[in-house]
Design a protein around this ligand. Structure first.
Ligand code: MN
Length: 295
């Protein structure tokens, strides 16, 4: 079946577009779940989920793209998830139900309240991510956060368990700040947990560890990256993994590692968001469909 490229291009700062389109009415049609077959993106078309009527389709398209992008880049594997705050209502967020990120389609996206319950009762029958409380609890506290990524980013885990400070060493990772906090679930919940953020209380504790940072590591688990829009959140999740990889390589050389200075971090972090659209367009193109085939 031939299909036109389904993702509408994203221009400029995404969050601006999201808010500009609040109130726009779009007719959403249903894309069959059976169409889910690969990392090929088929975001356009519609969502069957109630509660999405009136939402700019580009918000859903970008959320689906973000899932595919981070899977394509090896930041997400079968686990992890991405959410975006609902541009129509700051007390809601949008996220897939229980699906591996590479397989997420528009049809999988649902609306959640900040207690991480599906807004539409019919959605309750779907299997949901057990760690969705990460998203709701952070959105409650961080009004500046418009998108959240939770990963099991492999190289990052090494820093969460080693006691070696995780600090930025490359310019695209300045958002990490001078040092990245590590959430230790044992501190509040004991030594026998499943390590999952599968309750509101654990979500609150993780949010507290995140504080005002862009990223928090989760010991033995992964990390959470937040952003002022979905492009920045994806950038932050991706370059957290890259920074971990390069830092690990630099340490293995055995010499003295030079981290970004506080001044460099401040200078770089102030302006990087305006660059986030560039890798976003590249990564999005890689997961788009053209004439039924992955580009
Ligand atoms: Mn997890």
């Amino acid at each position: 079946m031939n299909e036109e490229p389904s993702m509408s291009p994203s221009h400029g700062i995404q969050i601006a577009a999201m808010f500009l389109c609040v109130g726009c009415a779009f007719a959403l049609s249903v894309s069959p779940t059976s169409a889910r077959s690969s990392t090929i993106l088929k975001a356009n078309g519609p969502s069957a989920a109630q509660g999405l009527a009136g939402l700019d389709q580009s918000v859903i398209d970008d959320l689906v793209a973000a899932n595919r992008i981070l899977a394509d880049q090896g930041v997400l594997d079968a686990f992890g998830h991405i959410s975006v705050r609902d541009p129509r209502d700051a007390q809601h967020y949008l996220m897939s139900h229980w699906v591996a990120p590479a397989l997420v389609t528009a049809n999988d996206i649902s609306v959640y309240d900040l207690d991480s319950n599906p807004v539409e009762k019919s959605e309750a029958s779907r299997r949901l991510y057990s760690e969705r409380y990460i998203h709701g609890e952070i959105y409650k506290v961080r009004s500046d956060v418009m998108a959240i990524v939770h990963t099991h980013s492999p190289t990052v885990v090494a820093f969460g368990v080693s006691g070696i400070p995780f600090k930025p060493i490359l310019l695209n990772a300045a958002f990490l700040g001078e040092i990245v906090p590590v959430f230790e679930i044992r501190n509040q919940f004991g030594a026998d947990t499943n390590l999952l953020i599968d309750s509101p209380g654990r979500g609150m504790a993780l949010t507290e560890a995140l504080g005002g940072h862009s990223v928090v590591l989760m010991r033995g688990h992964g990390d959470v990256a937040v952003g002022q829009n979905i492009q920045v959140a994806v950038w932050n999740a991706y370059y957290t993994e890259v920074n971990a990889r390069v830092l690990q390589q630099a340490m293995s050389l055995g010499g003295h590692v030079t981290y970004l200075s506080p001044g460099e971090i401040k200078t770089l972090a102030e302006g990087y968001a305006r660059f986030a659209d560039r890798p976003w367009q590249l990564w999005k193109r890689r997961v788009m469909v053209e004439n039924g085939k992955a580009k």
